[in-house]
Design a protein around this ligand. Structure first.
Ligand SMILES: Cc1cc2nc3c(=O)[nH]c(=O)nc-3n(C[C@H](O)[C@H](O)[C@H](O)COP(=O)(O)O)c2cc1C
Length: 316
């Protein structure tokens, strides 16, 4: 089995999604959860860690992720999560949003390897869990990696997940596979590849080029085509993308948000959000997305989805 990992996508891959996904589809071994920010003071409210309630995370193994640049806060949150049973904590060094990056968090830390060094030095001996990082190549330029790799190599990280884009690229432009190769060759820890795995063909090309990768993280491509992990594990191109399975998954996801969210408007918003990705799995996805976005109520939304499911066969 290839080690396939569900990427953290805030607003998408929460416990409701992770559990429902795992119930309907095979092929994914674990997930990194969307980030939680560290907070000042020692009291961490239960509401802050709602997505990481252990009883709600027994179906898919989960690695919590922390966004922080404060060693004390990081240690406190990481050890709280360890006491709840999480054995690995991931540090977010990739978040590209200017609001985050300007405060020297996420990818905003990447131009400051000395700060990353300081964080790792202060935290790593103080937390009980294993520590991994999820990083981009740099904030402004892939060259920033040259300074970052020696820092990562100085500490006993359990793995380094690399999304080979810069922070300022956000999600545009291509992934920089040459720079990823440099990371793979020079980082002394297991390296996980992440970015744009949207098809079996691209996955197979990556796997052929980078046989030493320890795992593969999939985000948007897996939401767009929830069958992708099964396709990758089986090495087959088509055949298992059955609309009825997709429909059952969709309906269970909708029901799950119905149980968790306080009103139909929130549920509708969340489900509409998913169609930004689901639509890519359909031949006339743009038209479908327009119809879904126009739905003004959950009742209407269900009708549109039912007609989409009845009328269309998704493309593999
Ligand atoms: C809406 C959205 C939310 C995201 N939230 C997180 C997050 O909480 N933590 C993180 O490390 N990366 C986050 N990412 C980045 C993804 O984990 C991943 O690195 C990126 O989407 C590239 O992988 P993909 O092409 O397989 O989606 C987010 C991406 C998107 C599009």
């Amino acid at each position: 089995m290839k080690q396939l990992i569900l990427a953290p996508l805030r607003g998408f891959t929460d416990a409701a999604f992770r559990n429902t996904f795992q119930h309907h589809f095979k092929g994914v071994a674990e997930a990194v959860a969307p980030f939680v920010t560290s907070i000042r003071g020692r009291r961490i409210k239960a509401s802050h860690l709602l997505d990481l309630v252990p009883e709600d995370n027994r179906i898919m193994p989960v690695v919590p992720q922390i966004l922080s640049n404060q060693p004390d806060e990081f240690i406190c949150l990481a050890n709280t999560l360890f006491r709840r049973g999480y054995r690995e904590i991931n540090w977010n060094l990739g978040c590209p949003y200017p609001m985050v990056a300007k405060k020297m968090r996420g990818s905003g830390l990447l131009p400051h390897p000395d700060e990353i060094d300081r964080m790792l030095e202060k935290t790593i001996g103080q937390i009980d869990a294993r520590l991994s990082v999820k990083t981009r190549l740099g904030r402004f330029s892939a060259d920033e990696m040259d300074q970052l790799i020696p820092v990562f190599n100085r500490y006993p990280l359990s793995r380094v997940i690399v999304h080979p884009r810069t922070g300022v690229q956000m999600y545009t432009g291509g992934v920089d596979l040459k720079a990823f190769e440099t990371c793979l060759n020079h980082i002394n820890h297991p390296v996980v590849y992440n970015g744009d795995i949207n098809s079996l063909d691209f996955f197979q090309a990556l796997e052929a080029r980078f046989p030493d990768v320890s795992g593969w993280m999939l985000g948007r491509g897996l939401i767009a085509n929830p069958f992708l992990a099964e396709m990758i594990q089986g090495g087959f191109r088509q055949g298992h993308r059955e609309i009825s399975r997709f429909a059952r998954f969709h309906d269970d996801l909708l029901a799950e948000y119905g149980r968790r969210f306080s009103g139909p408007a929130h549920v509708l918003d969340r489900m509409k959000g998913f169609w930004r990705y689901f639509a890519d799995g359909f031949a006339d996805g743009r038209k479908i997305l327009k119809r879904i976005r126009k739905a003004g109520s959950l009742v209407r939304y269900r009708q549109v989805v039912a007609s989409v499911v009845n009328d269309q066969a998704p493309v593999a």
